[in-house]
Design a protein around this ligand. Sequence first.
Ligand SMILES: Nc1ccn([C@@H]2O[C@H](COP(=O)(O)OP(=O)(O)OP(=O)(O)O)[C@@H](O)[C@H]2O)c(=O)n1
Ligand SMILES: C[C@](O)(CO)[C@H](O)COP(=O)(O)O
Length: 226
Amino acid sequence: MNRAAIIVAGGRGTRMGTPIPKQYLEIGDKPVLMHTLEIFHKFDQSLDLILVIPENDFSFWEELKDKFGFQVPHQVVAGGKSRFQSVKNGLGAIDWDEGLVAIHDGVRPFVSKEVIGKSFEEAERTGSGIAVVPLKDSIRKLTDENRSFYQERQYFRLVQTPQTFDLGKIRQAFNVTELHHFTDDATVYEHQGWQVSLIAGNAENIKITTPEDMDYAEFLLQKSKT
Ligand SMILES: Nc1ccn([C@@H]2O[C@H](COP(=O)(O)OP(=O)(O)OP(=O)(O)O)[C@@H](O)[C@H]2O)c(=O)n1
Ligand SMILES: C[C@](O)(CO)[C@H](O)COP(=O)(O)O
C-alpha cells in the first residue's frame, strides 16, 4: 500500500514572536523541522515525505539543509495562506491516487513512532486515524452572558497530529470551500458526514507554539536521549 506523510510548516509562528519562524528554530543540534522529518523517516524509510513551507523560504531551507547536512529525502511544496490551504497543496503533490496519507504539524517534533504506526493502522481499517490525548485539567464552558459552566472532562479530548486518512477520501474532503472552523484535518473529513476514528496520542507530542514551549522542547529532547 502507498503511504505518504505531509509535514505542514507553512505558518509564520506569530505567537512565538521570533524573527525566524518557529519551525526553523534549533532545539538540541538542529531545527525543529528536521527533528520532525527524521522521526517519520525513522518510522518508515519508504514513506513519501512532503514538506510544505512558504515559497519565500525555499532558498533558506536549502541553506539550512546544507548547514546541518540534512539527508532525509523529501519533496518541498509551497504553503498557502492558511493551514487548510497548505494541506491542500500537499495533497495535490502526491503522485498516486490510492493509499494512505498522514498529515502532521512540522512543529510537533516529539510524536512517537508508535503513534504514527497506530494512525496508519487505524486509517487502513476505517479511513482515518486521529491522535488525541485526555485532558489533565478541569474545564469550563463560557457563555456570551459572561457565565461559565462545569463540563464533564471525560467526554473531551485534545487533538494532536498525525491525522491519517485514506488518500481518496481526504482529497475529496478538501475539495470544498474553506470554513472558519476547519482548524484541523479531522474537521474537514467530518464535514463530508464521515465519522473520524480516534487513536491514543503521546503526551510529549506538543505543538511548539509560544516561547515557553521552546524550553520544554529542549527538556523533552534531552529526556528522549537518556
Ligand atoms: N498557512 C499555514 C499556517 C500554518 N501552517 C502549519 O500548521 C501547523 C500548526 O499551526 P500553528 O501552530 O498555528 O503555526 P503558525 O500558523 O505558524 O503559528 P501562529 O498561529 O502563532 O502564527 C504549523 O506547523 C504551521 O507551520 C501551515 O502549514 N500553513
Ligand atoms: C492541527 C492542530 O495541531 C490540532 O491540534 C491544531 O488544530 C492547529 O491549530 P492552530 O490554530 O494552527 O494552532
